[in-house]
Design a protein around this ligand. Structure first.
Ligand code: C2E
Ligand code: CA
Ligand code: CA
Length: 830
């Protein structure tokens, strides 16, 4: 605007001076006016005949105006020429319907050019009307023409560059050879005209054909040249679209379309199914990328073209050229646009297809290595990664594997449904993931089994420490819609062996995990000394049906003893698998497999049968001991279970109160109606219920308020720790207090030493079970032991804590005036 204003103001000044000169000069004649009219006409024609090249929304026109006014300067004084130029250009531009701004600029610029040419000629003492030798003509004309051409470029190109945001240098150098040739041709036309004017004015008639043919030659040259360049650019642009990366395709498309169509901006709107996206940019880069409705509005005009292929398939979107001003594309440009759009369509389709291919391949690779439910690595991935880790000779630090097995997870599935089970697994997975360090790998091995591969540990001793930290993440119960589910897990940790690789590491962690299960610990560390390398638990699964059919399950009995007197008050039935090939197998190795198989009812029945039979045999021998049978939580979900138990009792002709069922606290015991019903039936029938492993669950108290139990069994872990841990002692004491206030019998498990027995008694515990008194043994052996007795007292397995006749010292927690211990034990031998 400033530049245009400057030019217009200068031109106005020139016009004013010219008018002044004419007014103060000699009087006007009719001849003067007719010359002025001819001159104006000449300029108007010169300004109309032009070659136009579109640059964005503007055009660069090369006209013959300067030829007209230079010829004018040969026949009329400069002020006249200036005014006639203004008038003639004005008429031509009005006829061409140019915008006011362009109109004003065009008029002013050409008036200034005419004035400049007049001034230059005046410097050479130019004579008007034309006279003198041809030599005297050439130099002034050449200088004047050169001045107008240079000034023309200097005034026009900066304005064009500013208006179109195109680089000025490019404008100066574009078609420079053609432009110079054309300038020389024009100069020759001017020169010829001058010479003709000097000789004979009638020869002027040859000037227009000459001008026209020169013009046509020039314009066709320019056109074919720029068309050739345009095709070349189109070919380069479509080549550049050949990329498998969609983003690259889009940004290339935008930058090359901006250049190709000399647009102010270009946008591509993509619609791929539900995804709508607009990418907009200009020559300098991408300016917007997002949903179409969020794209900022652009003023001006859009030329849209659908992005569809030659094949007539569905379009992938729209390409839009944006121009600040009104633009009409030439036929060639329209064709180029169509071609470009279909090339872009193909490129977008190819890139999308490639992206999909990559996505599918990635997803397959991910799915092959990950667990779909939790997103954790799967067994295969763990093995792969572990193997790679172990085969690295210069691996930093120690590698260790932690195996985690959720206890009683199947009950969650069975009682709350698989959806709930899945949510528990997902939460467990999330917690484990959050608890490990970046270099560790958490995997789900299947079902409720997880693993953590620790890498780069500074020392083997760190393994257990890190494992504890990970397991701590499972302490807090999981919240499922307000229901709190405590996650109990057994885990084993092993440090990478020197040989055997990942398979051996996995086996060792598995062995450790089963040691933990057996020992009732949360976690065990693998030690070669305790590795019996015996059968994997899963290998046993196939043998189960035969084991049930062939009665390979036997039952051992472990006496439960009055801590004070040493008398046996009951016996707990513990199942054993007499495997023909592997010998005696502990319940921890096969129970889970049994529970998971459909063989649990048959197994439970076999154990119950043998237990009741044993109880009968002792009863007949005069030891009327109740037998305690462990019940899988899963059995409690079976509504037919109470009937089958009562039927067994009947068959063996044993009173119901000679049977104690030991239940472990799990979710199943505390939450479900069917469980409540089953337990209610047992209680009603007079069967006694004991809560096993008491203290290890998180819902102990809440469970107690719901379940009608007669007895609590303090978990072995507390007994084991009571002498060193005040916390364990406190748990035992509070359990005893609880038992007393609810009138329950409290039995301590895992009593292994006299001091433990005494301490338990001192804490108020009435009965105990453990290696101190007897290990589990077959029923006949237990009977023999009962007969033998301790210290000549049949029915007892340990000497009394306090000598017969001595004053019984009551421990602080015991009610001194309460009922005697014997009264409080409901199943003392009759
Ligand atoms: P539990 O009910 O807690 O059984 C006590 C376990 O501690 C038994 O292991 C027993 O041998 C062991 N034990 C007893 N005294 C001591 C001691 O002083 N020190 C040590 N370290 N251990 C002692 P067992 O026989 O391997 O049984 C393991 C678990 O298997 C049992 O734990 C019980 O939950 C389950 N189980 C055993 N038999 C059956 C069955 O017939 N049915 C069901 N459902 N579960 C059973
Ligand atoms: Ca038990
Ligand atoms: Ca127990």
């Amino acid at each position: 605007m400033l530049l245009v204003g400057l030019v217009v103001v200068s031109a106005a000044a020139a016009a004013a001076i010219s008018i002044g000169a004419i007014v103060t000069g000699p009087d006007l004649t009719f001849d003067d006016l007719s010359t002025a009219a001819k001159l104006t006409f000449l300029v108007a024609v010169g300004a109309t005949v032009n070659v136009r090249i579109r640059i964005r929304a503007s055009t660069r026109a090369t006209s013959w105006t300067e030829v007209a006014f230079l010829i004018g300067l040969a026949v009329a004084p400069t002020p006249w020429v200036i005014l006639c130029t203004g008038l003639g250009v004005g008429i031509a531009r009005v006829l061409l319907r140019l915008a006011p701004m362009k109109l004003a600029f065009g008029i002013a610029k050409d008036m200034l050019l005419a004035g400049t040419a007049g001034l230059v000629l005046a410097l050479f003492e130019w004579q008007c009307p034309i006279a003198g030798t041809a030599q005297r003509l050439i130099v002034p004309l050449a200088v004047a023409y050169l001045a107008t051409v240079v000034l023309d470029e200097l005034l026009t190109l900066p304005v064009l560059a500013l208006a179109t945001h195109v680089r000025l240098r490019g404008l100066f150098t574009e078609h420079w050879d053609l432009r110079i040739a054309s300038a020389v041709a024009r100069f020759l036309v001017i020169l010829c005209t001058m010479l003709i004017l000097r000789v004979d004015t009638s020869l002027l008639l040859v000037v227009p054909p000459l001008v026209l043919s020169l013009h046509l030659a020039y314009s066709s040259r320019v056109r074919s040249r720029s068309e050739q360049a345009a095709w070349q650019r189109l070919a380069t642009a479509t080549d550049a679209l050949n990329d498998v990366n969609l983003e690259a395709v889009l940004s290339t498309a935008i930058s090359s379309a901006t250049e190709l169509f000399s647009a102010d901006a270009v946008e591509v709107e993509l619609h791929d199914g539900s995804v709508h996206r607009t990418i907009r940019g200009k020559a300098t880069g991408i300016t917007f990328d997002g949903p179409p409705d969020e794209a900022p509005d652009l003023s001006g005009n859009f030329i849209p073209v659908r992005l569809d292929g030659h094949d007539g398939g569905p379009d992938v979107g729209t390409l839009r050229l944006h121009f600040r001003g009104p633009v009409k594309l030439s036929e060639r440009e329209q064709y180029t646009l169509q071609t470009f759009a279909s090339a872009l369509c193909t490129a977008i389709r190819n890139a999308s297809a490639y992206a999909e291919l990559v996505r599918v391949a990635d997803a397959n690779a991910h799915a092959a290595a990950h667990d779909a439910l939790t997103g954790l690595a799967n067994r295969r991935h763990l093995l792969d990664l572990g193997t790679r880790q172990l085969s690295q000779h210069h691996a930093d630090g120690v590698t260790a594997l932690l195996l985690i097995d959720l206890n009683h997870f199947k009950e969650v599935n069975d009682t709350l449904g698989h959806a709930a089970g899945d949510r528990v697994l997902i939460q467990v997975a999330d917690r484990l993931r959050a608890a490990v360090q970046e270099e560790d790998l958490v995997a789900r091995l299947g079902g409720d089994e997880f693993a953590v591969l620790f890498r780069g540990l500074p020392a083997p001793a760190m393994a257990a420490h890190r494992a504890e930290a990970v397991l701590a993440a499972l302490h807090v119960p999981i919240d499922l819609d307000g229901m709190r589910i405590s996650v109990e897990a057994s885990s084993g940790i092993a440090v990478a062996p020197g040989s055997g690789g990942m398979t051996e590491l996995l086996r060792r962690a598995d062995v450790a995990m089963y040691q933990a299960k057996r020992a009732g610990q949360r976690i065990a560390t693998y030690t070669p000394a305790r590795d019996t390398a015996d059968v994997g638990r899963l290998a046993l699964g196939g043998d189960l049906p035969r084991a049930v059919a062939d009665h390979e399950f036997s039952v051992n009995f472990q006496p439960i003893v009055d801590l004070n007197t040493g008398e046996v008050v009951a016996a707990e039935a513990l199942a054993r698998w007499q495997h023909p090939a592997h010998g005696t197998i502990d319940p921890f190795r096969f129970l889970e497999t049994v529970e998971r198989s459909g063989l649990l009812p048959a197994f439970a029945e076999a154990v119950l049968d043998q237990s009741l039979e044993a109880a009968n045999s002792w009863r007949e021998a005069g030891f009327d001991l109740p037998v305690a049978v462990n019940v899988s939580p899963r059995s409690l979900l079976d509504a037919r279970f109470p009937d089958s138990v009562l039927a067994r009792l009947n068959a063996h002709d044993l009173p119901p109160d000679r049977l104690i069922l030991e239940l472990t606290e799990t979710l199943a015991i505390s939450q479900l109606e069917v469980v409540d019903q089953v337990l209610g039936q047992f209680r009603q029938a007079g069967i006694r219920l004991a809560l096993d492993d008491f203290g290890t669950g998180y819902s102990s108290l809440s469970a107690l308020s719901r379940i009608p139990v007669h007895e609590l069994k303090i978990d072995r872990a507390f007994v084991m720790a009571m002498e060193t841990s005040t916390e364990a002692a406190a748990v035992i004491r509070s359990t005893v207090d609880l038992g007393r206030s609810l009138d329950l019998v409290v039995v301590a498990e895992g009593v292994e030493s006299e001091p433990q027995r005494r301490a338990l008694w001192d804490l108020g515990c009435s009965a105990g079970q453990g290696h101190l008194f007897a290990r589990p043994m077959p029923a006949p052996r237990l009977l023999a032991a009962l007969h033998r007795g301790s210290g000549g007292r049949p029915g007892s397995l340990a000497p009394p804590l306090h000598d017969e006749g001595a004053v019984i010292r009551f421990s602080p927690g015991r009610r001194p005036n309460g009922r005697g211990r014997a009264d409080r034990l409901p199943h003392l031998p009759a």
